[in-house]
Design a protein around this ligand. Structure first.
Ligand code: FES
Length: 165
């Protein structure tokens, strides 16, 4: 009798473990593997740096390659370039750090403003008002042969930390 009970308990445990594996393995693959997969980082030409004026942010478009199954294409993404007094260029992602809306530079107020929930950011990316949990997201940028090159990335909206997605 005792052997039979042990067999039933063992069989039940094995079935539960098998169900856990069937459900858990794809779930782990779906949630963790995309984060571990390294995306290729590509420098993208954002235009001539000579057209940028110190203290006057300018919206630029960079092309990003996207693939969806068999389809491959490019999409234009918005970034904001801010030329510094030193000649270096600071580049922000064009997505608000609150929920990802596009924002604009307002020369009257000297602020970046997001219309979705009335956020405001300073020229240096600091949050001046509204719900964004962190400053504007900076992107890797460099100047080569007079051209501004940018690596386009996106980050998790609404998070305090800058988490690449
Ligand atoms: S998305 Fe910009 S303030 Fe909410």
């Amino acid at each position: 009798m005792l052997e039979r009970r042990g067999f039933v308990v063992g069989l039940t445990g094995t079935i539960i473990a098998a169900i856990g594996a069937v459900v858990g393995i794809p779930l782990v693959g779906y949630t963790i593997l995309p984060a571990l997969r390294k995306r290729p980082e590509t420098w993208t030409d954002a235009g001539p740096v000579a057209e940028l004026v110190h203290g006057q942010p300018r919206e630029l478009r960079v092309l990003q390659t996207v693939s969806d199954g068999w389809l491959k294409g490019t999409v234009a993404k918005s970034v904001w370039a801010v030329k510094q007094a030193t000649g270096e260029v600071l580049v922000y992602s064009g997505l608000c750090t609150h929920l990802g809306c596009g924002f604009r530079w307002n020369p009257q107020t000297q602020q970046f403003q997001c219309p979705c929930h009335t956020a405001a950011f300073a020229l240096d990316g600091r949050v001046l008002g509204g719900p964004p949990p962190r400053p504007l997201d900076t992107l890797p940028a460099k100047v080569e042969n007079g051209r501004l090159l940018v690596i386009y990335k996106e980050f998790k909206a609404g998070a305090v930390a800058k988490i690449e997605i």
